[in-house]
Ligand binder design. Structure first.
Ligand code: SF4
Length: 263
C-alpha cells in the first residue's frame, strides 16, 4: 500500500526518513536521487525497492517537518526511529556504535566538477551551507569544495588586493597600451571550476559505519566534513564535525535545535 500524506493514528512500526542527493551540473540543471537507509540490509534502498518489499507499509509525509519517511516493519528500533520520537532529545546515554545514517545530514547538495566557482558561491550563499561534495557522472565523490577553498582561490586570483599601476596590451601586432590607475588590475578571463579548487576526496565512509569510526577518522585526518556513501559508492549524505557535536549534545540530554546552517 502506498500512501502520500499523514496517516491516521500512531505508527506502531518504525519509520525511516528519506534522504535526497541533489547534483547540480554545469548547465545549472539539478537531478535528485531519493533513498532510505535500510537497517536490515545495512545499505541504501530506493523507494521502488521498498515498495516491492514484503515489510513495506506506507510512505508517510510529516507536514510540520516536511519530511517523508518509509513506514515498514523492520522489527527493530533504529536511531532514525528515535529521532522521530519527541523524547529523542532527552535520550539517556551516548551510544558510540550509533550508525551514521541517523546522524548525518541527509539532504545533500552536490556539484559536478565542471561547475564554476561563481555558481558554487551562489549555491553556498543561497542554501546557507559552507561546503559540498563534488561528484562524478555516477554520483561518486571526487572532492569537497568549501568556502575556504573559494577564499583561497579568490586571493590567488588577486580579487582581494589592489595591484600596482599596470599596462594593458590590447593588440599584439599594433600594441595599444592603456595605463591603468592604481587599484585597477588586469584579470585574465579564466573559467575556474570546482575541479580547480576542490580538495580531492581521500576519505569517505559507508553509511553503515558508526559514529565512533567517523569521529576517529575525522580527527585523524583533520577534516571537518566527510562524504557518506552507499554500497555503490554514491553520495547519500554528508557528516560534518557540527553534526557530531550536535549528536553528542543530544545524546547527553541537551535540547539542540535543528541546524539553521548546514555545513
Ligand atoms: S521497506 Fe524493506 S527495503 Fe525498505 S527499509 Fe523497510 S525493510 Fe528495508
Amino acid at each position: 500500500m502506498t500512501t502520500l500524506g499523514p496517516i491516521n493514528g500512531e505508527h506502531p512500526i518504525p519509520r525511516h526518513a528519506l534522504r535526497s542527493t541533489r547534483i547540480v551540473g554545469d548547465d545549472g540543471e539539478e537531478s535528485v536521487v531519493a533513498t532510505v537507509y535500510c537497517p536490515l540490509k545495512e545499505r541504501s534502498a530506493t523507494v521502488p525497492e521498498c515498495e516491492s518489499c514484503t515489510r513495506f507499509h506506507a510512505l508517510h509525509f510529516d507536514a510540520p517537518s516536511r519530511r517523508t519517511s518509509v513506514v515498514c516493519d523492520t522489527g527493530q528500533w533504529t536511531s532514525e526511529v528515535k529521532s522521530a520520537d519527541p523524547l529523542a532529545s532527552v535520550s539517556d546515554h551516548v551510544n558510540p556504535a550509533a550508525p551514521l545514517a541517523g546522524i548525518m545530514t541527509r539532504d545533500v547538495l552536490c556539484v559536478r566538477p565542471e561547475v564554476t566557482v561563481d555558481e558554487i558561491t551562489t549555491l553556498l550563499v543561497r542554501h546557507g551551507i559552507s561546503g559540498m561534495p563534488v561528484v562524478d557522472a555516477d554520483g561518486k565523490p571526487v572532492g569537497m569544495v568549501s568556502r575556504a577553498d573559494l577564499l583561497r582561490t579568490a586571493q590567488e586570483r588577486g580579487d582581494t588586493e589592489e595591484s600596482e599601476r599596470a599596462t594593458l596590451h590590447l593588440d599584439e601586432v599594433a600594441p595599444l597600451d592603456i595605463e591603468l590607475e592604481q587599484g585597477f588590475h588586469v584579470v585574465a578571463p579564466v573559467k575556474v571550476t570546482a575541479r580547480d579548487v576542490m580538495t580531492p576526496v581521500v576519505v569517505q565512509l559507508h553509511e553503515s559505519a558508526s559514529i565512533r569510526q567517523a569521529a576517529s577518522l575525522m580527527a585523524y585526518e583533520g577534516v571537518h566534513r566527510l562524504p557518506v556513501v552507499s554500497d555503490d559508492g554514491r553520495v547519500v549524505g554528508i557528516l560534518s564535525s557540527l553534526d557530531v557535536l550536535r549528536w553528542f549534545g543530544r545524546s547527553c540530554g541537551y535540547l539542540i535545535p535543528p541546524a539553521r546552517m548546514r555545513v
